[in-house]
Design a protein around this ligand. Structure first.
Ligand code: OSB
Ligand code: MG
Length: 368
């Protein structure tokens, strides 16, 4: 592939309303949009989705920029490569920093798919023309969550996720179950419980959750296996999974019954597709995770969710859930719980350049 330039921009926009989680409240969101241009004038897009501070993963907006500018972009320009499946080996001298890698990989896979005039999901075996969507509901209060669930139900989501911690779990789940006894409901604990107090988690079994996401430490795989033997609710791992190797460890130990697959955390399409193919041969369920991201990352996630192994609706809500206006055109819309998959080349969405320019705080072009 002959590249001419890679353009990085920092974008920033306020969320329509704060996203409250036990670890952090997100009010405004920054990201890095990557535009890779080839010598024939095609453009591919990717998005780096770290936060401004390392509360969720160790990467931040600044570490991603640093990795992209000082290592990943120079390696990409310097190496002889023909196909984006070669990128992980070209970048093997850079350990981890998966969100930075994922953003650049996304832009180069988008470019490759555009060159091949193929929808990006199809390159990895994606077949679906519609994808089922789940959504995350956050609020300061249980009542607020119930109200929001009833609002979101108008879009027909088929899976609802709430954030819980030992301080508020029973109040939240009780309120929701009183209002909606049969709602397909799950809870994300973002590592706020411990194995020592496993009975606090055991007492959530009667709420018949689809799963509990990441109850124990962000870097644990072993204790989750112990916990899964003790509770009936299926465990889903999120924070613990940064690589194919982590997935293999969790499968060997029986640490969970479900994975949420976040391309950004795994380092891009190559690793995400690898995890999908590996898990398709195992007794484990998958769904595509979200990062409160802008439309470019959502478009890649939507394409990932067209792969047959993603059998649980992902965190792929409509653009209007978080944004007054998104940077893709058309925006992502959920109708009767489903998102229509585009079939034009690459990510299948055009860029809303007016909006993209409006929210660009800083940008730099790197030439090959
Ligand atoms: O823990 O799954 C998480 C968003 C940012 C960081 C971590 C998480 C989340 C979400 C997904 O819960 C929300 C979304 O993108 O809709
Ligand atoms: Mg999570």
């Amino acid at each position: 592939m002959k590249l001419s330039s890679i353009h990085l921009r920092i974008v920033k926009a306020s969320l329509k309303k704060p996203f409250v989680s036990p670890l952090y409240t997100v009010k405004e969101r920054e990201a890095i949009i990557v535009e890779a241009r080839d010598t024939e004038g095609r453009v591919g897009y990717g998005e780096a989705v770290p936060f401004a501070s390392p509360w969720y993963t160790e990467e931040t907006l600044h570490t991603c920029w640093h990795m992209l500018e000082d290592f990943l972009i120079p390696l990409t320009f310097r190496a002889e490569w023909g196909h984006p499946s070669e990128l992980p080996s070209i970048w093997s001298s850079v350990k981890r920093n998966n969100m930075a890698k994922s953003a650049l990989e996304q832009s180069l896979w988008d470019l490759h798919a555009k060159k091949k005039e193929t929808y990006i999901g199809r390159l990895f075996g994606g077949e679906r023309t519609r994808v089922s969507a789940g959504t995350v509901v956050t609020s300061d209060s249980p009542e607020g969550m119930v109200t929001q669930i009833s609002e979101r139900m108008k879009e027909g989501y088929s899976r609802y996720k709430v954030k819980i911690s030992p301080e508020n779990d029973i109040a939240i789940l009780q309120s929701i179950r009183e209002a909606y006894p049969h709602l397909p409901l799950m809870a994300d604990a973002n590592s706020t419980y411990s194995l020592k107090t496993k009975d606090l988690i055991k007492r959530l079994d009667p709420f018949h959750l689809l799963m509990i996401e990441q109850p124990l430490s962000h870097d644990d795989i072993v204790e989750h296996a112990e916990l899964q033997k003790y509770i009936d609710t299926p465990i889903c791992l999120d924070e613990s999974i940064h690589s194919v190797h982590d997935v293999k460890s969790a499968l060997m130990l029986g640490s969970c019954q479900i994975f949420t697959v976040k391309m950004a955390k795994l380092g891009g399409w190559n690793a995400a597709a690898h995890v999908h193919h590996l898990c398709s041969k195992q007794d484990i369920s998958l769904w595509v995770g979200g990062m409160i991201e802008f439309g470019v990352s959502r478009a890649h996630n939507l394409a990932l969710a067209t792969l047959p192994g993603f059998t649980i609706p992902g965190d792929i809500s409509s653009s209007s859930t978080y944004w007054e206006e998104d940077i893709i055109d058309p925006e992502i819309v959920v109708n009767n719980g489903k998102i229509k998959v585009p079939d034009s080349p690459g990510i299948g969405f055009a860029i809303n350049n007016k909006r993209l320019n409006e929210i660009t705080m800083y940008s730099e072009v790197f030439s090959a």
